[in-house]
Design a protein around this ligand. Structure first.
Ligand SMILES: NC(=O)c1ccc[n+]([C@@H]2O[C@H](COP(=O)([O-])OP(=O)(O)OC[C@H]3O[C@@H](n4cnc5c(N)ncnc54)[C@H](OP(=O)(O)O)[C@@H]3O)[C@@H](O)[C@H]2O)c1
Length: 305
């Protein structure tokens, strides 16, 4: 199966390019700007024509939640218009699209984990642009799977886990929000789920392909404080970090756009439909910390490779 990912510098795209090429059942391609600009229909056409994928995955987008408040046009251009252009181009070639969305489409007022059919009511520009993207993809290409995920971390770019590690290494006392709940998701685990879904979409007979929206996030809920504590625990055998960690309420950590007290995603539908369940978030944190703290190869090792 040939898979083309739109986007190549992002953390999920980089996890994709670390995982997919090692598999014998997949030929993977990732193209980002300037080769594939999701706002430029001609570059999308060219990429689809060159690669001839069986499945297109959208891993590009505007991801700065706070920045979206002051750059709404850009957020909508990437998260809605760009998503629509990709979905339309794929539809013209009868190619399914897997689009990654977010728990920010919900308002966070629910007391339990969100299911796919819960009412969407984004309260941030970012969430609104993402919801517009979901609707655009649904309208443009009937062959779509939208995976809502959240709180993604990886060793491939700056993220919450790397920030905590860096501050701990500098000995900066940590005060971390402990009243927001979500499902931390390790990018390589999400990529495994995306690939499993893609393989099943191409393998199943047309009338049995379960198009639609699914939640795909790490197993188990946590607060940002819980993740920070797990990062420090995971780093203990690997590095000598001596730093204090204190839970604080969201009120003590103001952000430009409001954060949900609850963004937990119920991923039962994904498991029931595709047999896919992401590992526990703690497993991802441990692997991420190990990779971030792994000694860099010496110049001699590097030259041998
Ligand atoms: N991170 C999360 O917690 C999270 C949660 C739920 C959903 N998602 C969604 O998952 C997707 C990937 O997330 P991520 O964490 O990997 O994001 P990321 O690290 O911020 O990467 C986003 C990528 O989009 C690319 N991009 C921006 N504009 C583009 C354009 N016009 N054409 C082509 N590529 C463009 C950027 O490329 P450049 O390097 O060229 O700027 C960047 O590499 C995004 O759609 C995001 O909204 C993320």
């Amino acid at each position: 199966m040939r898979i083309l990912a739109a986007g190549w510098h992002g953390q999920i795209a980089r996890a994709f390019m670390q995982t997919a090429p090692g598999r014998t059942d997949i030929t993977a391609f990732a193209i980002g700007r300037p080769g594939l600009d999701i706002c430029d229909p001609r570059s999308i056409e060219r990429a689809l024509g060159d690669i001839q994928p069986d499945v297109l995955i959208n891993l590009a987008g505007y991801t700065d939640v706070d920045g979206a408040e002051s750059e709404p046009e850009l957020a909508y251009a990437l998260n809605s218009t760009g998503a629509r252009l990709l979905a339309e181009a794929a539809a013209r070639r009868q190619v399914p699209i897997i689009h990654i969305s977010t728990s920010y489409v919900f308002d966070g007022a629910k007391s339990s984990a969100y299911i796919e059919t819960d009412c969407t009511q984004p309260s941030t520009v970012y969430g609104k642009s993402r919801l517009a993207g979901e609707l655009a993809v649904q309208t443009a290409n009937p062959k779509h799977v939208i995976l809502r995920s959240e709180w993604i971390f990886s060793p491939f770019s700056r993220c919450f886990v790397s920030n905590i590690l860096q501050r701990a290494q500098l000995g900066v006392p940590l005060k971390v929000v402990s009243d927001q709940y979500g499902n931390p998701t390790y990018a390589p685990h999400l990529v495994d789920a995306i690939l499993a879904v893609a393989l099943q979409l191409t393998a199943r007979p047309e009338e049995e392909k379960p198009w639609g929206i699914y939640h795909a996030a790490g197993t188990g809920a946590a607060t940002w404080y819980d993740i920070a504590r797990e990062v420090l625990t995971a780093s203990e055998p690997l590095a000598k970090l001596s730093v204090s960690l204190e839970p604080i309420p969201s009120a003590d950590y103001p952000t430009r756009s409001a954060r949900s007290p609850n963004s937990r995603l119920d991923c039962t539908k994904l498991e029931r439909t595709f047999g896919v369940k992401l590992p526990a978030w703690q497993t991802g944190v441990r692997e991420c910390v190990e990779r971030l703290l792994a000694p860099a190869p010496s110049p001699i090792d590097a030259s041998i490779r």
